[in-house]
Every structure is written in C-alpha cells, then in structure tokens.
Design a protein around this ligand. Structure first.
Ligand SMILES: CC(C)(COP(=O)(O)OP(=O)(O)OC[C@H]1O[C@@H](n2cnc3c(N)ncnc32)[C@H](O)[C@@H]1OP(=O)(O)O)[C@@H](O)C(=O)NCCC(=O)NCCS
Length: 160
C-alpha cells in the first residue's frame, strides 16, 4: 500500500493521457515571462489535446511520477531521443525531474549506450547539462500552425 507522502514511479496506461496533458499545460505556464514571452506561453497548447498523449500512454512509453495517487510529473524517452519531461511546479526541486530523467534515459538507450537527442526548452538546458548533454544547435518545435509564435528550443546531445 502506498502512503500519500511518498513519490512513486510507474509506467503509464491509457488512463494517464488526461493527467499528462494537464501536467504539460500547468508546467508550461511557469515558463513565462522568463524565458518565453507571454504570447508564446499563451499559445503553447494551441491545437493540443489529451488524445495526443493517448497512444504513448497506452503503450506504456511514459514514466509517471505520483504523489500518493496524484501524477506530479512524467517523462517520455524513445530510442535515440528524450521526447518530454515535465514536473509540476509545486513539486519541482525535489529530485523528481532527475528520477524521471534517469528512467526515461534508459528507454532512449535500450542497449545501454548510444547517442541521445533532446530538444530542450530554454530553461531546461542547464538541467540536462548536469547529465552530460551539450548544446549542438538551435531550433523551434515542429508542427506549429502558421500564425502561432514559434517556440525556440536548444538541441542537445550526449554525443562526444
Ligand atoms: C526542468 C525540470 C524537469 C526539472 O525538474 P525538477 O524536479 O525540478 O529537478 P530536480 O529537483 O530533479 O533537480 C535535479 C538537479 O537539477 C538541478 N536543476 C533543476 N532544474 C534546473 C534548471 N532549470 N537549471 C539548472 N539546474 C536545474 C537541481 O538543482 C538539482 O541539482 P542537484 O542534483 O545538484 O541538487 C522541471 O523544472 C520542469 O518540468 N520544468 C518545466 C518544463 C520543462 O522545461 N521541461 C523540459 C522540457 S525539454
């Protein structure tokens, strides 16, 4: 039986898609006004829905951090790339991001080694540097509708 003040980590199920979507939305709101302008944050989730996360959740590709039974963060790694990592701002700075990252990084390198890419938000690059990732370029999140402000990201890699 879990106690309510203990953080646990588990693989996702289809039932997590709504919570994952909500965590992204809540987390993104903390990224304004620094380092992203208000208009970027205000439109960050435009066109997105919880269904966007359903397949990955159903396939158990996402790691969920829970406080009791409440999701407080998640991470998603696929071979060669860390796709997503978000921690609820109320629970940031307690090691949840690090614990999620370590789990998702195992999914990025199923053989135990290899190059991993991350398209990091501007605020998170120093966090990834702690794990040996280095900036290899600048880009913007793909797939944004025309007319929406672009979301700048730092492309990082552990390629040495
Ligand atoms: C970036 C983020 C995932 C970090 O999660 P967290 O739970 O607060 O991080 P942790 O508490 O596990 O921190 C682990 C270490 O990284 C450091 N760290 C955390 N965030 C950092 C940051 N933005 N820059 C530099 N270092 C950071 C901590 O100080 C800690 O260092 P220590 O081990 O020397 O004590 C979280 O702040 C977040 O979700 N931010 C908003 C969404 C986002 O930007 N996600 C990344 C998308 S690519």
């Amino acid at each position: 039986m879990e106690t309510s003040d203990r953080i646990t980590y588990r693989r996702s199920t289809a039932d997590d898609a709504e919570a994952v979507f909500a965590l992204v939305g809540a987390s993104v709101r903390t990224l304004s006004p620094d380092p992203y302008p208000r208009e970027v944050v205000a439109t960050w989730m435009a066109g997105r829905a919880s269904d966007d996360y359903l397949e990955d959740c159903r396939n158990q590709q996402i790691w969920i951090a829970e406080l009791g039974s409440v999701p407080i963060g998640f991470a998603h790694g696929v071979p060669g790339e860390l796709k997503r990592l978000f921690v609820d701002a109320d629970h940031a700075g307690r090691g949840v991001g690090a614990a999620l990252l370590e789990r998702a990084l195992r999914d990025t390198t199923p053989d135990g080694h290899g190059i991993v890419k991350i398209e990091a938000t501007l605020n998170a690059a120093p966090f990834y540097e702690k794990w040996g990732f280095k900036e290899v370029g600048r880009s913007v999140f793909p797939g944004r509708d025309e007319g929406l402000p672009q979301i700048d990201v730092i492309v990082m890699s552990n390629d040495r």
